[in-house]
Design a protein around this ligand. Structure first.
Ligand SMILES: *Cc1c(COP(=O)(O)O)cnc(C)c1O
Length: 457
């Protein structure tokens, strides 16, 4: 519902100074890609994560940014750009001052664009606390969730099962956020030391449960907790799932920033190392908002389900295969539903905007080796897929230039990268600090009843 008797400026003022009213005049609603449930508010979508019909939330309107905005983009900082894009998307639901604080606190690190070779650039998304791009979405989600729960008396408890990477981004994203506690469940002995250190040494509002079982046990226990009505009557539980709208949308910010840093003139393309396709979909959203990125390239490892779709028009999920770019080992990319939604399932339109490439482990190794030899640039295995895909694309499109998203610092995959380059790459201080922290975990069986009792304690 929209209330039309306030002018734009009056509305902005009310939003800023009289919080309760802004719920009445909030306009933007979110629908589920499965379209079996009614529209949700931003708050509902953020706290739920997944819609009740198992669909993914999408904004009912995609705001347009005008040519004035793009003309001045190159004079702005990352944070300034992000604030404006966030205001276009969330400005009807979050007051300007609050939204500005959320963006600045979430994006408290740089995202440099680094030249690798002629026409080919790396957008380094790994300068956040866990040195991977998931920091952007996780930090934004944590702060938006806090904004929506700040007046509630009971604590919100975020539950997350992890096989490694999600745990670190979520735990660090929520670290120190008042009113929210985080419980991470992970399989004992089955995550790497460096990953484990990133969510077990934090303390404060983060609690790590070391489960005697597998990742599937952890996930089953978390799912059961969400379905447990009696438990949910006593505890406010929520998830910080990667499909959460507030993790997906903020990833659009850095496409605007990356585009603005590129040399002027000619077509700009963007290449994204993809697993669940949240990152790529955020780029498509940016394009739909008016960002003139000419074309997108989806880089896959051997899990080439999306590439097969581009080649055959058939989407055939299958079990994932383990590769050295393991954060992209996804056999059923969940954000495929969002891409279909954005393009109205129009195969011709999808293939006009997106190309795909896939690489074996041997090809990923080769790309890391060659890029270091030719450009002295050290790629991580995920960025290597994207760098290689962009190189191949540019070979056939000589007038274009592009950037790829470097999604993790190579030291996060030190063993692999050292082995490929015959090197001993330095571990940044940020990662070392995790390693030297004190491990603090709670032992847990793989029985749901034990987990339940823990949550009620
Ligand atoms: C999660 C992840 C990806 C894949 O991102 P999606 O949004 O799931 O496609 C790529 N690289 C790294 C390092 C990741 O952690």
């Amino acid at each position: 519902m929209s209330i039309n008797f306030l002018s734009e400026s009056q509305r902005a003022e009310k939003n800023a100074y009289f919080c309760p009213l802004h719920y009445y005049i909030s306009n933007m609603k979110y629908y589920s890609t499965n379209k079996q449930v009614s529209l949700s508010t931003l708050k509902e979508a953020v706290l739920k994560g997944l819609a009740d019909d198992n669909g993914l939330y999408m904004p009912e309107r995609i705001p347009q940014l005008g040519s004035d905005f793009f003309a001045s983009l190159h004079t702005k900082t990352l944070q300034e750009i992000a604030v404006e894009v966030a205001a276009a998307l969330f400005g009807e639901d979050v007051a300007p001052a609050a939204l500005r604080d959320i963006v600045h606190s979430a994006l408290n690190f740089d995202i440099p664009l680094v030249k690798v070779t002629d026409n080919l650039y790396s957008l380094e998304l790994f300068h956040g606390p866990t040195m991977a791009f998931k920091d952007v979405g996780a930090r934004f989600l944590a702060r938006l969730m806090q904004h929506f729960t700040r007046n509630e008396r009971t604590e919100t408890n975020v539950l997350a099962a992890t096989s490694g990477d999600t745990g670190s981004a979520v735990a660090n994203g929520f670290l120190g956020i008042e009113g929210i506690t985080v419980t991470i469940l992970y399989p004992k002995g089955l995550v790497s030391k460096i990953q484990e250190a990133q969510f077990t040494t934090l303390g404060k509002n983060v609690c790590a449960l070391e489960v005697e079982g597998t990742f599937d046990d952890c996930q089953r226990m978390v799912k059961q907790a969400f379905l447990d009505k009696a438990l949910n009557a006593q505890r406010k539980l929520t998830s910080a799932n990667s499909i959460n709208l507030a993790r997906f949308i903020p990833q659009a910010f850095y496409y605007f920033w990356g585009w603005a840093q590129m040399p002027k003139g000619g077509d700009v393309v963007a290449c994204v190392p993809s697993g669940n396709f949240g990152n790529l979909t955020a780029g498509l959203l940016a394009k739909r908002m008016g960002l003139p990125i000419k074309h997108f390239i989806a880089a896959n490892n051997a899990n080439d389900i999306f590439l097969k779709y581009l080649q055959t028009a058939q989407f055939s999920p299958r079990p994932s295969i383990a590769t050295i770019a393991n954060a992209m080992d996804v056999g059923n990319p969940s954000n495929f539903a969002r891409i279909m939604d954005l393009y109205g399932c129009d195969y011709a339109k999808v293939t006009a905007d997106i190309s795909g490439y896939s690489y074996s482990d041997a090809q990923i190794r080769e790309a890391i080796k060659r890029t270091f030899a030719e450009a002295r640039y050290t790629l991580d295995p995920h960025g290597a897929c994207a760098c290689e895909a962009l190189r191949e694309y540019l070979k056939g499109n000589k007038a274009a230039k592009g950037f790829f998203l470097e999604t993790a610092h190579p030291a996060k995959f030190k063993e692999t990268v050292d082995d490929i380059l015959g090197a001993d790459i330095a571990i940044p201080e940020k990662l070392q600090a995790f390693m030297s922290g004190q491990k603090q975990t709670v032992g847990m069986s793989n029985r749901y009843e034990d987990f339940r009792a823990f949550l009620l304690k």
